[in-house]
Design a protein around this ligand. Sequence first.
Ligand code: BG6
Ligand code: MG
Length: 223
Amino acid sequence: MKITTCIFDLDGVIVDTAKYHYLAWKRLAKEKFKKDFSIRDNEQLKGVSRVESLNILLRIFEENVPENEKQILTDLKNKWYVEYISKITPEEILPGVLKFLEDVKRNKLYMALASASKNARLLLDRIGLTHLFDCIVDGTVVTRAKPHPEVFLKCAELLEVEPQSCVVFEDAIAGVEAAHAGKMYAIGVGDKHILHKAEMVISSFENIIVNDVLNLTKTNKNE
Ligand code: BG6
Ligand code: MG
């Protein structure tokens, strides 16, 4: 089946906010539990919703927190995160992204944004990219966190395209798994050892053109 749509995750794919999410969780771990949150453990939080991220962090630290206190912790983490990203400018768009997005438009493919973040629209506005996307599905709309495919399937539904014709760009293991669970192709953005389940892994958008995406169908995965 021909590729019709490129679906982009936001955090860690279009802009390097993954580091700000990490800094905010690390600060919470230090201030509330006097523990060090490692960059390695942080991989498990990428792509995962805010509340599920807290649950994972608590499991790692073997901490128990009553349900009513979880909201206080996630609010605090989000307050810090929003402080960090409120200073973001278009200069923090990752290398090669703008050129690649133009290439996607030129090839008349749909462009969708699929993010677990409730801050996605705020962030997209700050970097000036909101107008480029044919549809935006974010954490305010979806109910099931990645690796559930809901966020990606919702994009396909809104654009009225087959999931098998969609390619997802993801920096998170959970995101690659979600794409596959939705019968979509996945292109990993980041470390090829971490994202090895994806059909292709790029270290940066400087290393890819739309033709590479169109050629994915030759892998016959979904045929
Ligand atoms: C994802 C990030 O895009 O959004 C996760 O990769 C984050 O790290 C999740 O937890 C939810 O974001 P937010 O902004 O709603 O807390
Ligand atoms: Mg991400």
